[in-house]
Design a protein around this ligand. Structure first.
Ligand SMILES: [Zn+2]
Length: 361
């Protein structure tokens, strides 16, 4: 069904017509296998060649129950820019994008736009079904963690340190399991170069001068985890001024939240689970001394994580709204500055506290 809308001022962008015909995708072969959706697109415009006829087509997708929007929250496609010379002519293109049935299955709406002169004109829409992922029972995680990514965190992602930590086995949620938790934590720590100093049944407690990694009930309720770093800061007075000359870490602790719908694998998390491996890799990144990075950076150090997102390696990660995520023909708009929808993301905290200030002679 074609729907022609003239949204852009005729002087700037002409007026557009388009059609969109989506081929119903076939069922995915595995529980976390994306399916490719293909659509035939035609576009034409009436434009005044003297004022420029360039435009770019793009397709966004929304749930079929929703209206079309230019803000992509899911899979989508950007087409080639049709330039001044050819832009006035009718164009044909094949749009392709990927759907993730384990995140969303069911009826969807594809929306075809043309962008010109900074404005998006809705040209056509069509509905299709994202087939369900196969409902085979999920594989059991390997007790030895052979499914986990073990490669060292590369320097381009962060600094590795040989700091020691003690693994706390207190408060481990039943859904996680002690054995699986231990292997996930140990593998993540070794990826950052951290050294296992032993295990304890005592819980992480900031201020006890022990460097523990574990589940704890003192995590701020909104957060998935928090790394607390306590330091002594050294000062010297020179020329009437006091300046910081050094800092020594006296305690590092990592606390993971208990009441979270944790996902322990194997494989990436479904849309309603939070990936424990990614959260531990992130927080241990703070433990090793690293700070945060902007969303969509190829790093586990985003400020927050939404259910269904993960970072295992530079070649294997997914964050909603990042078109640079490997294998993800993801949310994109031809308009700069569009905000990805990550409303469900919860923060991954780091708290630094100076516990003592020492003035050196
Ligand atoms: Zn953080």
């Amino acid at each position: 069904m074609a729907l022609a809308v003239a949204a852009a001022p005729a002087t700037a962008a002409g007026s557009f017509q388009g059609t969109l015909a989506v081929t119903q995708p076939s069922a995915p072969s595995g529980a976390t296998t994306p399916v490719t959706v293909t659509a035939a697109v035609t576009l034409s415009q009436q434009c005044d060649a003297s004022s420029g006829c360039a435009y770019q087509p793009f397709v966004t997708t929304v749930a079929a129950s929703s209206a079309c929007t230019t803000t992509l929250t899911s899979a989508g496609w950007s087409g080639p820019v049709f330039d001044d010379a050819s832009g006035a002519q009718p164009q044909q293109a094949t749009a392709q994008w990927q759907e993730r049935p384990w995140i969303y299955a069911g009826p969807k709406r594809a929306c075809l736009y043309a962008v010109a002169g900074g404005q998006a004109a809705l040209l056509a829409e069509a509905t299709y079904d994202v087939p369900s992922a196969p409902t085979t029972p999920p594989a059991k995680p390997d007790p030895n963690g052979r499914d986990l990514v073990r490669s060292a965190i590369p320097r381009s992602v962060g600094v590795r340190r040989a700091y020691a930590y003690t693994l706390s086995t207190a408060n481990i949620p039943r859904s996680v399991g002690a054995k699986r938790y231990a292997v996930i934590a140990k593998v993540a720590a070794s990826r950052w170069g951290l050294r296992l100093a032993g295990t304890t049944t005592r819980a992480t407690r900031s201020g006890d001068r022990r460097d523990y990694v574990g589940f704890a009930k003192d995590v701020p309720s909104v957060a998935l985890g928090v790394t607390r770093i306590r330091t002594i800061r050294y000062y010297r007075r020179e020329n009437g001024r006091t300046r910081v000359v050094g800092e020594r870490v006296v305690e590092r602790d990592l606390s993971l939240a208990v009441n979270v719908p944790w996902w322990v694998g194997p494989g990436p998390p479904p849309a309603d689970k939070v990936d424990l491996q990614t959260v531990i890799v992130h927080e241990l990144g703070h433990y090793a001394g690293n700070g945060h990075v902007a969303n969509c950076t190829n790093s586990p150090m985003w400020t927050g994580l939404a259910p269904g997102e993960w970072w295992y390696s530079r070649a294997n990660w997914f964050q909603f709204g990042c078109r640079n995520a490997p294998g993800a023909t993801m949310a994109t708009t031809a308009r700069a500055g569009a905000t990805p929808n990550r409303a469900a993301a919860r923060p991954l905290l780091v708290q630094r506290t100076v516990v003592r200030r020492v003035l050196l002679p």
